[in-house]
Design a protein around this ligand. Structure first.
Ligand code: NAI
Ligand code: MG
Length: 365
């Protein structure tokens, strides 16, 4: 049977960018014989509108069964008044939690045609292609004890950085596996100089590394890593780090390359029966209510998220590269959605025009 894909377009620009991904998926079916069993469902505000919950149990069950989930974005001002328990983002959080997606892959990839658009010098970012693996389900955002307590005559805010060996082990494994498929270089970042969890992190990553002798493993304090990431990011291939440092480092790395409209992500969990990890692919951006419904959204982040699915869930790295190259070619020809124009004052293309241009570039590939 064909590999299965659950599509959750979500809210705001989610359905608009996902419509272009659907055209790309159809292209791979028609022209490359890559057929998927695609099903589509609601998540976020749209699910709340239809069912009174941002993710139904049926959709949750389906997400657990398929080979990969592709999500657009959730949220919007219309839903800001809702009770916390049914807010759109709860749908996304439930997916991540119940699928136990502990490894968040955030590529920072600079397409040559956009190197001028970055806030850094062109030679620092041109050709950049790195991936940050952020631990997503543990660490200081979840550790107990937490809370605001009274102590003496003042209040104290408490969060706890806590990592078990097995939590470090499994995310390290994801990062080493990724490094094996790429440049075979992994840099682990923590603060072993001042944090106990950092000492354990470094020990466990080093231990897992013995199973991957081909991967060149290095360690860096996360603050030094932040500097190196801005100074000369091309020194890295894969970076693995905890939830907190990964949150900051991946957002910083993202801005090396330009627009939110270009950034894909993958969240991976434990291997399934077929050996592939549980997986949710989604653009980094949100539902962009300021431009929703106007045909202005850049569909590339979501299309690149599908490229990641091709590579990591369907073992079609060559086809993923074909798709990325088509995007590079379209950008080189000068196609720009509004978010990629800055102050240039040129005429932007619409969401669907960008989609059409990518299909044409695929036809030429
Ligand atoms: P956002 O990412 O939706 O938008 C930030 C800015 O970037 C806006 O000016 C937007 O127009 C622009 N932008 C984002 N994606 C774009 C694209 N593909 N093409 C062109 N321009 C793009 O973040 P914001 O405004 O903070 O949040 C809006 C809503 O999205 C909120 O309800 C928020 O909770 C939700 N959100 C959802 C996420 C998700 O589903 N994973 C992630 C972040 C925010
Ligand atoms: Mg963040």
């Amino acid at each position: 049977s064909n590999p299965s894909l659950l599509i959750l377009p979500g809210d705001g620009i989610g359905p608009e960018v996902m419509a272009e991904v659907r055209r790309v998926i159809d292209w791979f079916g028609d022209k490359r014989g890559l057929k998927f069993d695609v099903s589509e469902d609601l998540v976020g505000g749209s699910a709340y509108d239809a069912h009174g919950t941002p993710l139904t149990d049926e959709t949750m069950a389906k997400a657990q069964e398929v080979d990969a989930v592709l999500l657009g974005a959730v949220g919007g001002p219309k839903y800001d008044v809702l009770d916390f328990s049914v807010k759109p983002e709860r749908g996304l959080l439930r997916l991540r939690k119940e699928m136990d997606l502990y490894a968040n892959l955030r590529p920072a990839q600079c397409f040559d045609a956009l190197a001028d658009f970055s806030s850094l010098k062109k030679d620092v970012v041109a050709g950049l292609d790195i991936v940050i693996v952020r631990e997503l389900t543990s660490g200081i955002y979840f550790g107990e004890p937490r809370g605001i307590i009274e102590e003496g005559n003042e209040r104290v805010g408490i969060n706890t950085q806590r990592y078990t060996e097995s939590e470090i082990d499994r995310v390290a494994r994801s990062a080493f596996e990724l490094a094996m498929r790429r440049g075979k270089k992994l840099c682990s970042m923590e603060k072993a100089n001042v944090m106990e969890s950092g000492i354990l992190w470094r020990e466990v990553v080093t231990e897992v590394g013995k199973e991957y002798p081909e991967v060149e493993l290095s360690h860096m304090y996360a603050d030094a890593g932040a500097m190196q990431l801005c100074r000369w990011p091309k020194q890295f291939d894969v970076i693995v780090t905890d939830n907190l440092f990964g949150d900051l480092l991946s957002d910083a790395a993202a801005m090396l390359t330009g627009s939110l409209g270009m950034l894909p992500s993958a969240s991976l969990g434990a291997p399934m029966a077929n050996g592939r990890p549980k997986a949710l692919y989604e653009p980094v951006h949100g539902s962009a209510p300021d431009i929703a419904g106007q045909g202005k959204a850049n569909p590339i982040a979501c299309i690149l998220s599908f490229a990641m699915a091709l590579r990591y869930s369907f073992d079609k790295g060559d086809e993923a590269t074909r798709l990325e190259q088509a995007i590079e070619n379209v950008l080189a020809k000068g196609y720009r959605t509004a978010d990629l124009l800055g102050e240039e004052g040129k005429q932007p293309v619409s969401t669907s025009e960008m989609g059409t241009a990518i299909l044409e570039a695929l036809d030429e590939s």
